[in-house]
Design a binder for this molecule. Structure first.
Ligand code: 5GP
Length: 203
């Protein structure tokens, strides 16, 4: 039987470059998949349904909550976001390592529900750099930026609750750090029980 994959929770304050980091890693590593969340927010330019998110209506999302279809869900900036249990299970059963790129509220729920998952928080190099990155995105007003920064500070304060912390100073280094964490989890003795049995039985 195929060894099942592990679940990695990746969170960060907005503007930290988490999405770029995680998608780069999954492009380079075929055994790593990003879980596609459901959301009620409208697609941004270039985003495709079923690729970046499953875009659904509020009613559909609420029906999914009622049907217990999410492992976790949260309201982020007025929109719902949730991780489907079935989708994650199907990927781990196929042997993929699965990254859940979720906010800190979702991460907290996951840590409680699935303590065996590994949680990772991505930090910006500094608050000054984070402010610059948010401004340079050019998509948000001063008020929105100020609100996001306040929220970011609160989220960063929670980073000590995570298993690992990576500073995203330089993308290539951050990608290597993230990969090192994922590989070390796969090398744990417990994760290799089937390999040990195979060696002992000579199969
Ligand atoms: P965005 O709208 O910029 O794509 O995402 C906003 C925030 O929602 C990000 O912090 C992102 O990680 C988080 N998010 C995306 N999918 C999920 C999910 O399934 N559950 C939770 N709790 N947060 C999510």
């Amino acid at each position: 039987m195929l060894q099942s994959g592990h679940i990695f929770i990746v969170s960060a304050a907005s503007g930290t470059g988490k999405t770029t980091l995680v998608s780069r890693l999954s492009t380079h590593q075929p055994d790593i998949r990003i879980s596609i969340s459901h959301t009620t927010r409208a697609p941004r330019e270039g985003e495709q349904n079923g690729v970046h998110y499953h875009f659904v209506s509020r009613t559909e999302f609420e029906e999914m909550i009622a049907g217990n279809m999410f492992i976790e869900h949260a309201n982020v900036y007025g929109n719902y976001y949730g991780t489907s249990l079935k989708a994650v299970e199907s990927l781990t059963q196929q042997g993929f390592n699965v990254i859940l790129e979720i906010d800190v509220q979702g991460a907290e729920q996951m840590r409680r529900l699935l303590p065996e998952a590994t949680s990772i928080f991505i930090l910006p190099p500094s608050m000054t750099e984070l402010t610059e990155r948010l401004k340079n995105r050019g998509t948000d007003s001063e008020d929105v930026i100020a609100h996001r920064l306040k929220k970011s500070r609160e989220e960063i304060e929670q980073s000590l609750l995570f298993d690992y912390v990576i500073v995203n100073q330089e993308l290539t280094q951050a990608e290597q750090d993230l990969l090192a964490i994922i590989r070390s989890v796969g090398l744990r003795a417990q994760a290799q029980s089937q390999t040990i049995t195979r060696i002992l039985t000579g199969e």
